[in-house]
Ligand binder design. Sequence first.
Ligand code: DON
Length: 603
Amino acid sequence: MRVIRCCAVLVLGTALGAMAAVGGGCIAGATHAGVYEHAAVAADHEIASKAGAEILKAGGNAVDAAVATSFALSVVRPYSCGIGGGGFMVIHLQDDPRHGTMQTAINYREVAPAAVGTDYFEGQDDPLASVRGGKAAGVPGTVAGLLYALEKYGTMDRQAVLAPAIRAAERGFKADTHYAETASELIEDFEANPAWKERFAFVWERYLLGGEVARGDRIRVPEQARALRLIALSGAPGFYDGEVGEAILRALRGDGGDQTIEDLRGYTVREIKPLRFGFCGYEIVGMPPPSSGGVAMGQILGLLERWNFRGYRDEPFGWRPAGFGPGTHLLAESFKHAFADRARWLGDSDFVEVPVDRLLDEKYLDALADRIDMRTTHGPEHYGSAGLERSVSFAPPEIDGGTSHFCVVDDRGSAVSCTETINFEFGSLVAVPEFGFCLNDEMDDFTTVRDKANAFGLRQSELNLPTPGKRPLSSMSPTIALDEDGRVYALAGASGGPRIITGTTQVLVSLLLGNGLRENDAESALWALRVHHQWMPNQLRLPYPQLTLDAEDGRVASLSHLRALGHELRHIRNVGNVQAIVRGEDGWEAASDPNKGGRPAGY
Ligand code: DON
């Protein structure tokens, strides 16, 4: 490993530690960034970053490394993503021998099984049916998606890219701080629902160690190595059919699920054109529906550009890491427009008409920008072209464990920005015991019950009702920014439900415009405090303790400015866990969010 500026990065990280500690959950004194001359991977677990870097060093391209990273994450972040889930991958190939220079997007989001129609969840007695248990799982897409990407855009064979993940599954790994914290929250849920200990016995015994898991404990689930070997040997049928497919169905149907072998065998990957829009001289390449991330970021960045955000950022009390002011208001108002339109207009465009062009139309964005008032904030009815403003919502839960984002660049300048999810921590909690992985609870990302918000407080329309084969709307926002020569300049993405969109946007803005801390560097972009607003509930969330936000004594001067504009201020622990890479003078600056404790790798 050749880390050119590691020491400088470490010093900055420590200096900024106190500031970011306001957000809580960070790991002081550890370095989560590095600069790499040729190629880099930033994942939210070091073993996964190293798996990708190993493939890059062995001559693999960014897609090979991404596939290796993802399979490794399936082992070492079993509560975040994995072969029981789904994801989105945005790819930029630079001077590729087979494909030249191009961008593409791979949609391997889970799909609703054939049995799941629009009223499926409205008819369930169990209020948790869409989040925990056999009915909550969509047909998993990760294995099909990764192998599709590898076969079409990679250069290595399955055995090579799966080797690091198989090794990790056989050896096991140590529970880190994020693992232990995530587990302890889930253990409380198990204690509140004692029947779960038997019902979800594999998660309870093997991943939570019977409720005793602590930082430093070794987690060993070699069963997953068996599944990975079968995938290496037989490709996608090694997962969707045969022993593994049968075991998936046994687990789901044994817990009340309705998936069938036809659902599994019928899973198809969709390769689609990525979404593109300009921002301050860069071309942003993002994920189209069923992701809401690309459209929302296109709107937010379009509004910020119209309001010359850079100017607001540089004002006193502007959007600075240690203070909030007019720039923060501008961000919040842009977020409110984008989340209002997300709620009203977005769904799976293979099934419903999603007006992407209209939502990103220049004149429409001009009109939304004109409705931003720097003297006040408004009620929900003011934003987007909504129509759901009277519906219920609630504060987004602070869980951030059920998703993982990673970025990869190779020595040619090809890149992959990839976000994967199983939704909640350990997904549906239904594990496939013979093969040691958890199945997702992605069904909750649909509008499962009309007029009700989903588990993240997100209100969604009937365009997002479940029907067989449809993919639920997602906030996952894997993003790549190209410079004026069409070469990769920066990559970012996050986990954290709706905070994926707000977190990724703020980090990307920092990378492209600087943030007042240091110009355009990956680590400071991640350390800078972030804010969150998702339109409903009408609350602006900041990483300060609620006591400070309630204080009328001007303890943090810029907060009174936000209150005077009419914002209801609420505490948030962190705004997504973001991974990012940016091109610097000495090479690729890669950073993993200190809140999740990942570390990049490269050479
Ligand atoms: O696709 C989505 O939008 C959600 N399934 C993401 C959930 C999430 O990020 C949970 N926490 N990390």
